[in-house]
Design a protein around this ligand. Structure first.
Ligand SMILES: CC(C)(COP(=O)(O)OP(=O)(O)OC[C@H]1O[C@@H](n2cnc3c(N)ncnc32)[C@H](O)[C@@H]1OP(=O)(O)O)[C@@H](O)C(=O)NCCC(=O)NCCS
Length: 178
């Protein structure tokens, strides 16, 4: 049996000009997944950990697009599971970068269940994650700044700055407790 091996020599460096500012729209990503029995608990509800895994991938997609580099997950903020997701449901995950800092980016992921009979969508979860851009050796890389184009994107940009300050304060509080 053969396996795909990711090795630094097979990986590429970011291309010249990758630091040019980019719009939020350029990072927008959408993922779809049909929930199968293996994803659920004995009641047929989607496992929280499986949903977090899908959210992580959807968030990474937007950050790859924005930074045009490899990324690692630095953190996932608290996550709201607003409604259960059932086996057979069609899950839609939408992500976009809210704000870029020096080497990190905050991305928002919103998760919906789409009823393919009626064509309607139900919001089932949301999360904010931070990813750090890295090169093939794992060194942190600067990321392009984000360009907001409407009021909604401006609000998310401002909110992301406030959340970053809260994360920093929480991390300092934990350090001083050690
Ligand atoms: C996340 C990680 C890259 C941070 O690196 P570090 O050297 O500890 O942190 P630094 O203080 O240099 O910070 C680098 C950036 O990460 C941000 N960051 C670090 N920890 C963070 C956290 N817990 N939440 C949000 N952002 C964080 C910093 O704010 C900084 O952002 P900036 O450059 O935009 O200002 C590092 O801890 C790591 O590699 N963790 C493991 C990642 C991983 O394996 N993820 C799962 C698989 S992809």
């Amino acid at each position: 049996m053969s396996a795909i091996v990711y090795h630094p020599k097979n990986m590429i460096e970011p291309m010249e000009g990758h630091l040019a500012p980019r719009t939020v729209a350029e990072s927008k990503s959408e993922m779809a997944e049909v929930i199968l029995p293996n994803d659920t608990n004995p009641l047929g509800n989607l496992l929280g950990g499986r949903l977090m895994h899908l959210i992580d991938i959807a968030g990474a997609m937007a950050c790859h697009r924005h930074s045009r580099s490899y990324v690692v997950t630095a953190s996932m903020d608290h996550i709201d599971f607003l409604a259960p997701v059932h086996v057979g449901d069609l899950l839609i995950l939408c992500s976009s970068v809210n704000r870029a800092f020096r080497t990190s980016m905050e991305v928002g992921v919103k998760v919906w269940v789409e009823n393919y009979m009626s064509g309607t969508r139900r919001h089932v979860a949301s999360a904010y994650l931070t990813f750090v851009a890295v090169d093939r050796h794992g060194n942190h890389l600067p990321v392009p700044q984000i360009v907001t184009e409407n009021e909604e994107e401006k609000r998310r940009f401002e909110d992301a700055g406030r959340r970053r300050e809260l994360r920093k304060a929480e991390s300092q509080r934990k350090q001083t407790k050690k």
